[in-house]
Design a protein around this ligand. Sequence first.
Ligand code: FAD
Length: 313
Amino acid sequence: MLDCAIIGGGPAGLTAGLYTTRGGLANVTMFEKGMPGGQITQSSEIENYPGVTGEITGMDLMMPWPEQCQRFGLKHEMVEVKRVSQKEDGTFVILKENGETEEALSVIVGTGSTPRRAGFKGEDLFFGKGVSTCATCDGFFYKGKEVAVVGGGDTALEEALYLAKLCSRVYLIHRRDRFRASPNTIERVKKTENIELIVNACVDEVVGDAMGVTGVHMIINDGTLRQLDVPGIFVFVGNDVNNQVLMQEDGTFLCDMTESGEVIVDISMRTSVPGLYAVGDMRIAAPKQVVSAAGDGAVAALQAIAFVDEKLN
Ligand code: FAD
């Protein structure tokens, strides 16, 4: 029986691993389906992790994390977890892709989330080289420059407002003429002088060179074409929370979730099920940053230690 099972080895899961083991839990395993490090390892540059200066990639940042955890006894199993469920006595059951199961007194889930792609030409090719899904992460790289934002929901509009403070001009491209965001946010966007709305328009292609994106080609609904010469395009067309591990055989979730599939937690990362914690990008109102994911991991680990102590004593 594990004291704690950690599902996902991104910044949230790894930090949970560090704090649970270093905090005294003897038997902790992190289940990660790939190499530990999480999605930040796809980033060619990270500038906003505190204390880390100089040009480093996401891979550079995450490289030492697993080793640091292993020094305190964290075990790592490279396997995909299919489901976390619970027995009547409260023990958690971890079902792995090979059909084997593992039992645990507590579980910390940090399986992240995946921003959706819009599907235009060049999007994958230039992802990380001008195409971004995170204004907080990459907006600063376009300080004083013009950028495009794609999307019409709350996230797209809020990120456009964020970028408008840094960039000289923000083109907000939306395929309809009405936005799905809250009226207050729409009003703020409309009042922001350096945001230009381009409605009834779809991005057809991003173009660029070896240095990255140089422009965006759009098709307007009336069939006309328009081109923007911008070095950056931010795509906000939805986000898929990687919550499948919490889905039970009958299709319900193990704990309470929001309508959009984020795990509901309190400020201690506790879900509605005692002993089950959710951390990082998958939890409600996540800032979707490495530093906050790591913070969540530490908070949940302290809770898990107290929970297991109480169970065993
Ligand atoms: P993730 O990093 O997504 O890790 C989740 C892990 O769980 C993954 O390793 C995955 O393989 C694993 N997993 C998923 N499902 C299962 C399963 N069923 N079984 C086993 N394992 C599973 N943040 C910043 O702070 N600054 C930046 O500059 C920045 N730039 C970014 C650039 C890019 C290109 C991207 C993609 C993200 C960037 N971010 C940045 C965001 C940051 O990477 C995330 O906020 C952070 O990684 C979230 O950590 P997490 O641990 O919650 O999830």
